[in-house]
Design a protein around this ligand. Sequence first.
Ligand code: GRF
Length: 208
Amino acid sequence: MDPERPVHKKRIAVLASGRGSNFQAVIDAIAAGEIPAVCVGLITDNPGSHAIERAKAAGIPAVIVEYARFPSKAAYEEALLAAMRGCRADLFVLAGYMRILGSGIVHAFSGRMMNIHPALLPAFAGLHAQRQAIEYGVKVAGCTVHLGDEGTDTGPIVIQRCVPVPPDDDESALADRILVEEHKALPLAVKLFCEDRLEVAGRRVWVR
Ligand code: GRF
């Protein structure tokens, strides 16, 4: 980057449901000065998510939008949409967010949502991607960062990274191996977005 040009930091918000290691990888990369962004919020559907402690430790506000507390999916989506709007984020990063987002949300933030999936899409979309890969008998697996669209794990692909699958592999060892690559791929994809270096043409994403 040109040292003479002022850096305009993007506002990013992260949605996570569980352990939050990808969330941590992104906020660590921001703290290290690798991503020109400020993380303005964590949104989770799970009050027990470890991502909440990670947010607290980093001084990032956490909002819990717990699915079970709403009378319907529509009511939940409305609350989630309000929480997302409240972040006023340029980019929403889905880092292990385990719910499918409704079309209202997808349209509201079109081109401004990114998801990490632990498989080389379009193979093994949906749940238990690593198990699907083992059962299918693939020799190479990996992770994909893609933009959000209305499908499940179907949006335009930003980055993929791969890992070998040895013959004696099991689901948990494969998940650990893929996770190492997720922690590289997701911060890099967020960085490229925040540097305005992604150009999307249909399904194809160009890195400038
Ligand atoms: C990751 O494997 C991610 O690809 C998947 O869920 C897992 C979340 O892990 N969508 P973590 O919560 O980021 O540690």
